[in-house]
Design a protein around this ligand. Sequence first.
Ligand code: GLN
Length: 248
Amino acid sequence: MKELKILYLYPDLLELYGDYGNIQVLKYRIEKRGLKPIIDRYCINDNAPDFKSYDIVFAGGGADNEQSILSKDLLKYKDSIKEAVNSGVFFLLICGAYQLFGKYYKGVEGNIVDGLNVFDYYTEAITDRKKRCIGNIVIETTLNGNPYKVIGFENHGGQTYGISNPFGKVLYGNGNKFGDTEEGFFKTNVIATYLHGPLLSKNPGITDYIIKYCLDRKYNENIILEPLDDSFENACRNQLLEKFKNPQ
Ligand code: GLN
């Protein structure tokens, strides 16, 4: 039976706004295709994971305090994570994790949290706790050449600069910074985004993009994923897209 290995980073610290749901959706849609998901969790001071042996590495959102707590531990893996990204392992990074893969994150107190510098963007929070990008958000991305609307929820003080390739164009909401036209960061094997939701529960097309990418890479095939009945997800999406169709 074909299998996909998933590494879930800091599930006890990067767990804001139900981001764990992304793991549940990946597991569900992998199993629905008769495939086997293998999910490992990594917490601070656990044995060093072999990042390159995984198909997907996932990390969710986190408050400033938790980002500071785990930063020192995460930096231990700077080189092996870079190697894994360059070898094609898929990284799904939400909000706080997205920020920590850049050069640095400057928190709301002005404290600098060193990032992995895997990518050359950087993030600085506005030093006013009341000024945060909070609310529903819709962006449009392109997956395998096809446009796809991505629906989510954002809640971040951090404003991200220096993005070379955004995940999508903002149709509703803020994005990488207040009033931005771009959101997130995207490479073939990296989706880094501010979208909570959880992201994958509202966007089945993203989940299937990740699963197909990983299967094609692992088994050296051009796999056609068996379509699932997404009528419920699509009904919810259509209702939300209707609700948020006019920019603020
Ligand atoms: N602490 C970071 C910020 O406020 C990330 C928040 C999050 O992960 N939702 O921007």
